[in-house]
Design a protein around this ligand. Structure first.
Ligand code: NAD
Length: 372
């Protein structure tokens, strides 16, 4: 069996699903690896590095023809779907809630599609959890971008020229990205506060040396999978009211709030931005799913009377070597989990909890998924 990896640079995606260090792992379990020429050039990884590790090179456009499994980061374009032979197993990020047309097209083409973003967030599946591996890096990059854009430094500095106070950073939404944002800002010496609607998070925030902001918005909670439940409009109003003052006292705000399968909650309104001090930097990590901040624009920097709102998409793509290394490991663990070495095939057994969660299409049918 052959697994193939393609470049997605032409779609602006610098991350890839294989690194030279992974190739031997596939070969040791009996899977041959095909890699599109030029796949890692933009990261300083020459084709020779993949070939020396044992991969077979292939010209762009030819990988699907020779592989039974295709793995990549983004979902394929319409044109790419039509070039994938029926029966191929396709592994990529794929959103069953917003990419329904694409999924239907993949099903009609006879492609079996695995969605990396639907891997359960369980302890067992952690090694395949690409949402977490990428969100973790995203949280780090958000702080670094915000720090680079701020006119202030993060740590306290006591010098003969005077004492500089540490930067006040507020993190809204403390999932994987938020926790890493807190940890990164703390490492850089900032004074960090954080808020999340899931009360269980308070403990984790405190263990990172940050302060948990308490706002009474009534009963909140999380789903069985640990995702936040959607707030009522009244709860969201109470949250905004409670956050206005703490936002106005912050030098940097990182927002990461998401509700699974739904658009991101709009937490920071234009009025709240207007109440912030000029020079405040706001990084809206939810910009791709609707945005937590009113006025943030995808891949743009907005200046609202001196408040800088950063809406850069694909933050993990800004550190493509580490993001690809982690994603490649997630994909390998998924393949290894379902690899039947005797039959030399990947077995996607119905009834397996991971398969049930992440399989988007099979045998020409769309397997529907619904948020709780
Ligand atoms: P996410 O990206 O879905 O959301 C980010 C954060 O935003 C969440 O913490 C959420 O509670 C919060 N949020 C939602 N609405 C909000 C609001 N109005 N105000 C403030 N915050 C709001 O989260 P994620 O990082 O994907 O993590 C989802 C869950 O999965 C978490 O419980 C996490 O601990 C869990 N998880 C478990 C594992 C594991 O056990 N292996 C791995 C990864 C994640």
């Amino acid at each position: 069996m052959k697994i193939g990896f393609v470049s997605e640079r032409r779609f602006g995606e610098p991350r890839i699903a294989v690194m030279p260090s992974m190739i031997d792992r596939y070969r040791r379990i009996g899977i041959e690896v095909v890699v599109e020429r030029g796949i890692g050039e933009h990261m300083g990884l020459a084709d020779g590095a993949f070939q020396e590790a044992g991969a077979e090179p292939a010209d762009p456009g030819t990988v699907p023809e020779v592989c039974q499994v295709l793995a990549r980061l983004r979902a394929p374009s319409d044109e790419e779907i039509s070039a994938i032979p029926a029966g191929t197993l396709h592994i990529s990020f794929l959103d069953p809630f917003s990419e329904t047309e694409r999924i239907a097209r993949m099903a009609a083409q006879g492609i079996t599609a695995v969605s990396m973003q639907m891997i359960p967030r369980s302890t067992y599946a952690q090694k395949m959890d690409a949402l977490s591996s990428q969100a973790n890096l995203g949280g780090y990059v958000a702080v670094i971008l915000g720090a680079a854009r701020s006119a202030r430094i993060m740590p306290m500095m006591t010098t003969p020229a005077g004492t500089i106070k540490p930067m006040a950073v507020l993190v809204i939404g403390v999932g994987v990205a938020g926790l890493q944002a807190i940890a990164t800002a703390r490492r850089l010496g900032a004074r960090v506060s954080a808020f999340d609607t899931r009360p269980v998070v308070e403990e984790q925030v405190k263990s990172l040396g940050a302060k948990f902001v308490k706002i009474d918005i009534g009963e909140t909670g999380q789903t069985q999978d640990g995702y936040a439940k959607e707030l009522t409009p009244e709860q969201l109003r109470m949250q905004r009211e409670g956050m206005t003052k703490v936002c106005a006292q912050s030098d940097m705000i990182i927002t990461t709030a998401q509700v699974f399968g739904r658009p991101a909650p709009r937490i920071i309104t234009a009025d709240m931005v207007a109440a912030m001090r000029p020079g405040t930097v706001v990084v809206d990590m939810a910009v791709e799913s609707g945005g937590n901040v009113e006025g943030s624009r995808k891949d743009a920097e907005v200046d609202e009377k001196g408040v800088i709102i950063l809406g850069h998409a694909n933050l993990p793509g800004r550190v493509p070597v580490d993001a690809s290394t982690m994603y490649a490991m997630n994909v390998f663990h998924l393949v290894q989990e379902f690899w039947d070495a005797d039959a030399k095939t990947i077995r996607l057994d119905a009834g397996n909890k991971i398969i049930e969660a992440c399989l988007a299409t099979r045998d020409g049918a769309v397997l529907s998924k619904r948020p709780e």
